[in-house]
Design a protein around this ligand. Structure first.
Ligand code: FMN
Length: 310
């Protein structure tokens, strides 16, 4: 089976999840997976007609899919009943995020895609607040297990009606509209602190919208920002301020590959007795455990030091 994954990712979470899809799908040597990162810098979009299965991956922004992924869906050519699936990442597993794919699904179906499945993988927040290391490890290990499960579903042709609870389809479009318009307007409020900046140009290179330009050593942010946070999250000097989002800024990689092996971090971290903000995650992980169980899988088997094969 030939698979293409169209992926938008600001701070790397969705791309990491896409890499898991590639790893698990290619485990069966009959499959090949191409990952196309959605960015203004990445020229030609692979034609879905050359593939057996199409995946669309994105981070949830304001309960919806971000603008670049909606544009990607619009730009895809028509196909004939091409099997497709959606994977989305977000900072919390609340059902408030359930209808985020509404617009993408509508566009894809019109073009002839058969959207057979959608999976939601919770990953450490890149905005609002920083998850602690134990929570980040917990999320990452579950991400591996859930992607493995989803790959088994895809390989065995599972289809499922994508959940679109009626009452939730009302707030997604206005929130999406406001978030996307606001992103463009607010983008110019991002600033580089010249005292901290070492002019490595990482922000310029990472911006998927080519929205950051440098003139005479000064960094300028244009009107194309989609609030992906890639620039400020990844700045090695933490030199970028993010306007009104300053209290929600999260900076710096979670180093998931190190955390997953750290035996001092408890796993699982969201037990039934979880308190405070982590109570919000209990339901998501209860549901994840139930889905994994159907396939005879257990998230604990995905801790790399316990079982290096997975
Ligand atoms: C502008 C913005 C809006 C977001 N909105 C939501 C949201 O509505 N719900 C949620 O659970 N997470 C939200 N998040 C968190 C991201 O979806 C999450 O961190 C995601 O995994 C980031 O993926 P990426 O690293 O591929 O960009 C938001 C993040 C940003 C930057």
């Amino acid at each position: 089976m030939r698979v293409v994954l169209y992926v938008f990712s600001g701070t790397g979470n969705t791309l990491k999840v896409a890499a898991l899809y590639k790893k698990f799908l290619e485990r069966d040597s009959g499959n090949t997976v191409d990952i196309h990162r959605v960015s203004r810098k990445n020229g030609e979009i692979p034609d879905p007609n050359g593939y057996d299965l199409v995946g669309v991956g994105y981070p949830i922004h304001g309960f919806s899919a971000p603008e670049p992924i909606i544009k990607l869906c619009k730009s895809l050519p028509a196909v004939q009943n091409k099997r497709a699936f959606i994977f989305k990442t977000s900072g919390e597993g609340l059902h408030v995020n359930d209808c985020s794919s509404q617009k993408c699904i509508k566009i894809l179906r019109k073009k002839g895609f058969d959207v057979a499945l959608e999976r939601h993988v919770v990953m450490p927040y890149n905005m609002i607040y920083r998850h602690n290391d134990a929570m980040a490890k917990h999320m990452w290990i579950y991400a591996r297990a859930l992607v493995d499960m989803n790959c088994r579903e895809l390989e065995s042709g599972v289809r499922e009606k994508v959940k679109q609870p009626f009452y939730k389809t009302f707030y997604c479009p206005p929130v999406r509209f406001l978030e996307q318009k606001f992103a463009h307007l607010h983008g110019t409020a991002f600033k580089v602190d010249p005292q901290k900046c070492v002019k490595c140009n990482r922000c310029v290179n990472i911006c998927p919208q080519s929205n950051i330009t440098v003139t005479d050593g000064k960094y300028k942010f244009g009107h194309e920002c989609v609030l992906c946070m890639g620039c400020s999250f990844g700045c090695p000097q933490d030199a970028i301020s993010v306007g009104v989002f300053k209290f929600w800024k999260v900076h710096g990689s979670y180093r998931l590959n190190e955390l997953e092996k750290d035996e001092n971090l408890p796993f699982p971290y969201v037990p039934n007795e979880a308190k405070g903000i982590y109570r919000l995650y209990k339901k998501y992980y209860r549901e994840a455990d139930a889905m994994l169980k159907k396939y005879g899988l257990d998230a604990r088997d995905y801790i790399p030091c316990k079982n290096d094969i997975k």
